[in-house]
Design a binder for this molecule. Structure first.
Ligand SMILES: Cc1cc2nc3c(=O)[nH]c(=O)nc-3n(C[C@H](O)[C@H](O)[C@H](O)COP(=O)(O)OP(=O)(O)OC[C@H]3O[C@@H](n4cnc5c(N)ncnc54)[C@H](O)[C@@H]3O)c2cc1C
Length: 424
């Protein structure tokens, strides 16, 4: 019989939530194993919006300069307009109370590679690539680790705490019987790239047309475009053909009309099925879900990466010390890690999660749903005048870009001591 593998914290999923949590726990001297089913981080486009709250955390970890050294664009202007008038127009630089006042458009694989490189300086960090988590190890009604498969076969990894950070389709969440409540979304998204020319506007913009809507993200030499289509209509959009899609793009974004011909293959229009959901309870004895596994966000505002990172920081702040102490307990793999402590993570992150999803739902209902049905957005009265619009713009930026209840790194760094803690 193969020797049982053990770790203090087993994390399923090497995305922003799993890698950041792995880094922080390992940095605090907690033996941590992150399992990622893919062989690298070079995934399809997953969204690259690193918000001020995440930049601040990277600063607290001493990583912001290395992050800034990655070639990327910084966005300081966020706009959304209908055919007839502006709806949101905000200059992030005006939020002078915040140290970081821009969105850094950093490819997610570069961001993750930087975090992993830093985490690997700690001997308590272990990353198993091409390792697919199959489900939890359960004993006496509690989760005591996970089962996974790699090129050599199937294995058991026993752990004091197991974390599901395996994204919106979390296998571990499903295998543990945790079912999220669907909050609904009126749209799906086609992600497109169209070249950008000198003289084009810059920043992040939303355009609302007649039955169409898109977000345009300035990526330097090209526009990353999220073209919204009514939920479930992808097959119809395809059936109408590429010519029709190009016509609609040109109508919606006349300044790009001479370039929509670049979309000459359906491979250049990546389909994202949009969903929004959240778990009623993020934990079970011995198990915690964070990031998209606990709450899948709508793409509105590009908040997903940032909330996933914030969850990871909150988890480390609340659990690193008790997990570190648990390492001294010889019976730790047969005991259930204090569920009351684990539950605090959800309590801490409930307001930002529910608050952000509530704002996304309002935008979905009053702007997107109506725009896709070719109706004028129904905006609060306050947005009628320039002062009201300014206020609305600031509220949206405050919630979506700067984030509610941003976390700070409170965990210690235990480099030398971590060596001394024996792995059993
Ligand atoms: C097309 C697209 C565009 C997006 N755009 C943006 C954006 O602009 N800004 C933004 O903030 N967010 C965006 N998002 C959302 C963002 O990517 C997620 O919210 C964020 O990555 C969540 O982080 P996470 O760590 O919780 O999960 P994920 O990033 O989904 O990471 C989960 C990881 O778990 C791995 N995994 C899954 N199952 C298993 C298993 N059984 N065993 C082992 N590993 C497993 C996956 O391979 C993945 O690496 C976008 C998402 C998509 C799909």
């Amino acid at each position: 019989m193969p020797e049982a593998q053990t770790t203090t914290c087993a994390i399923s999923g090497g995305g922003p939530a799993g890698i950041m949590l792995g880094l922080l726990l390992a940095r605090a001297g907690v033996h941590t194993t992150v399992l990622e089913k893919h062989g690298d981080f070079l995934r399809d486009f997953r969204g690259d919006t690193v918000h001020p709250s995440t930049l601040r955390l990277m600063d607290e970890l001493g990583l912001v300069e290395r992050l800034e050294a990655i070639p990327h664009q910084n966005l300081t202007r966020v706009r959304m307009a209908t055919r007839t008038r502006p709806v949101i127009d905000v200059d992030l630089d005006r939020f002078t109370r915040w140290e970081y006042r821009h969105i850094a458009m950093i490819p997610q694989w570069d961001f993750l590679t930087l975090l992993v490189g830093h985490a690997q300086r700690y001997p308590t960090f272990q990353l198993l690539m091409e390792s697919e988590v199959l489900g939890p190890i359960e004993e006496d009604g509690a989760v005591r680790g996970l089962r996974y498969r790699d090129a050599t076969g199937e294995h058991d990894l026993r752990a004091v705490l197991t974390v599901a950070a395996d994204g919106r389709r979390s296998d571990l969440r499903r295998a543990a019987g945790m079912v999220p409540t669907e909050l609904g979304a009126p749209m799906d998204v086609l992600w497109l790239r169209i070249s950008r020319r000198p003289g084009d506007p810059s920043g992040l913009g939303g355009v609302i047309g007649q039955g169409e809507m898109a977000a345009m993200i300035d990526r330097g030499d090209y526009w990353q475009i999220a073209f919204l289509i009514p939920k479930g209509s992808y097959e119809q959009v395809r059936a109408r053909g590429l010519e029709d899609l190009r016509d609609r793009l040109a109508r919606l974004m006349p300044s790009l009309a001479d370039r929509v011909g670049e979309i000459d293959d359906w491979d250049k229009a990546a389909f994202l099925e949009v969903g929004m959901n959240r778990l009623h309870r993020w934990d079970r004895p011995g198990l915690l879900a964070i990031g998209d596994a606990a709450h899948t966000m709508s793409p509105i505002g590009g908040v997903g990466i940032n909330l996933a990172v914030q969850d990871a920081v909150a988890t480390a702040n609340l659990l690193a010390e008790p997990l570190y102490r648990a390492q001294a307990d010889p019976a730790r793999f047969d005991r259930t890690f204090n569920p009351d402590l684990v539950r605090r993570v959800q309590r801490r992150r409930a307001v930002p999660t529910i608050g952000t999803q509530a704002v996304q739902q309002i935008i979905q209902r009053h702007v997107i749903d109506r725009a896709l049905a070719n109706a004028e957005p129904r905006l609060p009265r306050i947005a009628d005048g320039p002062r009201g619009r300014r206020l609305l713009s600031q509220v949206v930026a405050r919630v979506m870009v700067f984030g509610l209840l941003p976390e700070h790194v409170r965990t210690p760094e235990r480099r030398a001591e971590a060596h001394a803690v024996a792995r059993t």
